[in-house]
Write a protein that binds this ligand. Sequence first.
Ligand SMILES: *[C@@H]1O[C@H](CO)[C@@H](O)[C@H](O)[C@H]1NC(C)=O
Ligand SMILES: *[C@@H]1O[C@H](CO)[C@@H](O)[C@H](O)[C@H]1NC(C)=O
Ligand SMILES: [Cu+2]
Length: 235
Amino acid sequence: MKSYFVALAVAFAPFVAAHYTLPDLIANGTTFADWQFVRETANHYSNGPVTDVTDEAIRCYELDYSATPGETSIATVTAGSTVGIKGNGAFYHPGYFSAYLSQASPAANSAEAGTASTWFKIWEDPPVLENGALVFPSQSIDEITFTIPKNVPSGQYLLRAEQIALHVASTYGGAQFYIGCAQLNVVDGGSGTPGPTVAFPGAYTGYEPGILINIYDLPSNFTSYQSPGPAVWQG
Ligand SMILES: *[C@@H]1O[C@H](CO)[C@@H](O)[C@H](O)[C@H]1NC(C)=O
Ligand SMILES: *[C@@H]1O[C@H](CO)[C@@H](O)[C@H](O)[C@H]1NC(C)=O
Ligand SMILES: [Cu+2]
């Protein structure tokens, strides 16, 4: 049965090559197995994006909201260490990448974790304006890495990585959200007060200038890409 699905996935691969999932946590210099520490997402076969920012799928895109958290392991990581997320292929589309943390109560593998306004941004990789056009640093690479802030309090967290692909974002609902949430136990943390915090859904309206944008025809008065969502917590 399993090999049947593998064969099917390989057969369809040419048609879905432009889409991707974010299944692998990188920690301690190791890239871990698909869905070991990242909650398996509903697009694990289709690789398709979330496009409705008001849908609950915008949070972690779980295959099953109640069962998937408990089926996923929790990775212990040290505050101040480098972590990351690897895709199941290159991030083919041009987009805005960012990462958020949420304190996870009662635990990172509980369905309740991250359902309140508890998410703060810890990293971003925005497009940059060069010679009048946007350049996308995360495009065509297959992994991103960043630091767990040294001052984040120790405890259970969800780590949410997201690329907002902008290749067809000139109309409302066109931006494509590629999402993965890893379950973490952060140790050796500090006494910072992370913020500002937002909820998913809730963080985006879909009308932000960094989400509803024609990247191929920028307005003449365009000066820089405006990141959607909260500012990065400086720790
Ligand atoms: C990473 O290293 C720390 C410190 O040695 C260890 O406690 C932790 O279990 C490791 N995490 C993973 C996911 O292997
Ligand atoms: C750029 O121009 C558009 C329309 O001409 C206007 O709506 C927008 O506010 C302007 N943006 C800035 C940053 O000045
Ligand atoms: Cu795609």
